[in-house]
Design a protein around this ligand. Sequence first.
Ligand SMILES: [Zn+2]
Length: 607
Amino acid sequence: MLKNTFTLLLLISISTLFSQNNTNYWQQYANYDMDIDFDDTNYQYDGDQKLVYSNNSPDTLTRVFYHMYFNAFQPGSEMDVRSRTIQDPDSRVGDRISKLSEDEIGFMRATSLTQDGVALDYELVGTVLEVELNKPILPGDSSTFSMEFEGQVPVQIRRSGRNNAEGVELSMTQWYPKMAEYDFEGWHADPYIGREFHGVWADFDVKITIDKDFILGGSGYIQNPNEVGYGYEDVGVDVKRRGKKLTWHFIAPDVHDFAWAADKDYIHDTVTGNDGTTLHFLYKDNENTKDNWKNLQSKTVELLDYFNEHIGPYPYNQYSVIQGGDGGMEYAMCTLITGEREFGSLVGVTAHEMAHAWFQHILATDEAQHEWMDEGFTSYISGLAMNEVMGQNRINPTAGSYRGYVSLANSGYEQPQTTHADRYEYNQAYGTSAYSKGAVFLGQLGYLIGKENLQQVLNRYFDEWKFKHPTPNDFIRVAEKVSGAELSWYLNDWTRTTNTIDYGIKEVNTAQGTTNITLERIGLTPMPLEVKVDYKGGTSETFYIPLRIMRWEKPNAGTVVEDWAWAYPTYDLVISSTRYGVEKIEIDPSGYMADVNRDNNVLVLEE
Ligand SMILES: [Zn+2]
């Protein structure tokens, strides 16, 4: 008995120690129950929110924080001032927030808040509501927060808002008081400046009461389809919408966000995917774009198949592609995209945002800190999916990302990928770092461990980390376990520094029937090398030089020669053929190694 108690205590203390490095994973849980009454004459709404919050952390919480995102859309907000002071503002925002009038701004305010029935002190500070608890929430305990709140939907500026450029009336994203996430790093009460996703895994029950002429789409399954109709009703049901307003009842399980959109002249189509997922399409009744939206539907079925196979099975029963917002933005079980596009662009934006259903809304990385896992992984996999679904036949669908990264690396404006997503000097540097360098991270991982291994890594990463908050280390550990290679150096050099890859051919010497190719490491980041040698007469041979710190060799990479230890700036590749037999030497002909200077990668020998 005593021994068992001791063992239990020891286990508890060990698990508490290890929780800091994510080997003993925990996450908070929230259960939202919301009742919204929407007034479309002034775009204001009142809400009641009951939030049951479970503290699964090993820590006692004395405060909590809510995101109140709509306050970003007010003159003088951090989003506004940042947009007016950054070197290269997002053209969608610019100085537009500074010009909003009182009835055009967004706001989100709590009018009362209780914890387990007792009133709480709180203070609204920009886009964050800071709350002192009456009663600390102990590890393993939960509390019920009841909030009454009021909001106003801003004129559409960025992502959310009313009356976007294509005439969609309501893009309702980041629209409700949302509990900030608390994880192994503590609170993440980030102000809303540009990026927004790191939320508590939750279940949502949402009732939205709004003018009955609106057609809604969004996160969650509609619970009263035969009352709302508009294509949600069961076949043959005669839907009668009595009264002025209609209540839409949604349930969204296992999500970390809830979004919706509404318009009075949406067309609503549904298609069933090959895995049984119901795909909803809500788009404006516009003669110029209607055909594209019809043709998009079969392509979306193919995209779903692609992601199911190459990442993991989509776990919800429904996904909705909704016209709204200001470009494309991912949400739980849905996306809002602008719809007045060429067909290729419409499929492309759908591919990207749909891939985010996996890389953000199932594998929920902290987007503010690890933006490259969110945007980069999405860019990588959607590029591959587009290549297949649109029959693009590109040899390297990630080539554009490589070009973007190399140009950033050579520009002098690159910041490490560990930079907070809101803290880049230039929006462009954020974009290239997150999207392009992030996509190259995966493309290049395929170069390091082989494409088959990379595919297994993605599938296992999905299995192990779905419905959680994976970190960069969690991902690279999966890659190490699948391949057997040591890869922490890659995560470190690539994502935490601006070190670059540059290998070159320094010189070639011939003596006693051998050719000695002296290779040079010029950049600080190490890589294993694949060197292709073309011989006169049309034959060729690829030499694989393993990287010593990987403690591993890639299968089927060519003729394996001695490994290269990073600290040595040069390496002699000695091949048993005379100089006159060698015609051309090329480092990384595949292009999957992100060498920032390829001029010195190729040498054609003269007679
Ligand atoms: Zn994206």
